[in-house]
Design a protein around this ligand. Sequence first.
Ligand code: LMR
Length: 398
Amino acid sequence: MTTLLEASSDVLFAGLTPQPPDVVLSLIKLFRDDPRPNKIDVGVGVYRDAQGRTPVFQAMKAAERRLLEIQETKAYLGPEGDFGFLERIQPIVFGDGAAASDLFSVQTPGGTGALRLAAELAQAGRPGARIWLGAPSWPIHSQIFAEAGLQIATFRQFDQASQTLCFDEMIGALRQASPGDVVLLHACCHNPSGADPDVGQWRELAGVIAGRGLVPLLDIAYQGLGDGLEPDAAGLRIVMEAVDNAMVAFSCDKNFGLYRERTGALFVRARRHHEAARTNVLKIARCAWSMPPDHGAAAVRVILEDPALTGLWREELDAQRRRLQEVREGLADADPRFEPFRNQRGLFSLLPIAPAQVDAMRRDHGVYMTGNGRINIAGLTAETIPAFAAAYAACVPN
Ligand code: LMR
């Protein structure tokens, strides 16, 4: 006999539908499970050296050793995290001119935490606010913004076939945007295309953003891996000099090699609503993670407090940047279709390739990249470029 008492707790989860695997992170396992010895991993965006390793920076090792000696407590720091870390990161990103004025900051679990916090702040300020996003972008951007309740609008930013930045389309879309709309911009080393606006284009973007009353959300996750720490921040600083309101998501994953330590920061400028924005950010962070994980930020602070360690860190970062450029040159020399990669920057470029050809490269040649044809430049070496180019030539006929 059926009774109402048969009501099941399943009702809580019954409405869920299974989600597809993460388009980036699922590659880690696929690659690991492939037994072929000559497989090539150009998937997830982590730096690799010429031996295929993702080393801990020497400067970081030294800072961690020092931290072990000097740290006296692990008591709570508060929702902002480590103030010393935030104070020392700020000039690296914003310099010491007008771009750095009127900011507040909080430490976050990686750049992703900062993006989510920025999205939640926008949602708290204006529920259902619109965010403009270039296509293609890091696939998780749109997921984060949608999860937070923002409305996503897109414009074409990069043409994969011709390998060109669609700057006129970007500007055209932003001219149609409404005051208070957010616009997500990759500050440098665009993920996935490696194609950034030049300084003149950044000025034009800044003019339209300020003129239309838009709020830039600048994602800076690869500072130092393009042309160097200062040049990589040039576009961001141009925009910051032009606007009253802005959010900046900074990540230490790549430029301090801290990937799994989850170390980042959110910087916000809300000139006429500073205190309301600041306290809302703290409340959102408190409800999401209470306090950010400490270790990575504390180690970064130790590096940046010590000129010798800072110098060593900069040297190591520079060496990574030079290696990326060497691989770009090697690729461009290996196949004329890779020529545009020479002038692109950062960890990624986007192959002119169709999804079925991406599958064929994986299946027939053990080359792992994301489904849209994004390759991690650091996944290649002088030794593997020929095999990679041969696999591409076999799967993508000229
Ligand atoms: C990437 O794009 O591969 C990296 O940013 C790693 C990630 O979290 O997706």
